[in-house]
Design a protein around this ligand. Structure first.
Ligand SMILES: [Mg+2]
Length: 112
């Protein structure tokens, strides 16, 4: 099953609504966590620690996921639809940098 940014945001919103509703507007905390995770990402990139098999612990794959998690959480605290924003921003960049490819030229594919 494909996982869209919109679905990830909805999942996290639902998860925190059920468990810690008081955390849902904690933008500053999520921002600090994001910076912390960016630091962890820097370290694993420097050490070139890639995932082997299904062991994600201490890898670039893990830290990229952590960074994405906090980006999504921050967007949720503002009720920002990141899928819409990414689409708009890519269109601006496409025009600005003269690229031909549009985001909807890419077909969604359930297979890896
Ligand atoms: Mg981490």
């Amino acid at each position: 099953m494909s996982l869209t940014i919109r679905k990830m945001q909805k999942y996290l919103k639902e998860k925190y609504k059920r468990t810690k509703p008081e955390d849902m507007k904690n933008t500053q905390r999520y921002f600090l966590k994001l910076i912390e995770e960016v630091g962890e990402l820097a370290e694993v990139i420097r050490k070139e620690q890639r995932m082997e098999g299904n062991n994600i612990k201490g890898t670039i794959e893990e830290e990229l996921s952590d960074v994405l998690y906090y980006v999504l959480m921050i967007a949720n605290t503002y009720d920002i639809d990141l899928e819409d924003c990414f689409r708009m921003k890519e269109e601006l960049n496409r025009v600005r940098y003269g690229h031909q490819l549009k985001i909807d030229d890419i077909q969604e594919d359930d297979e890896k």
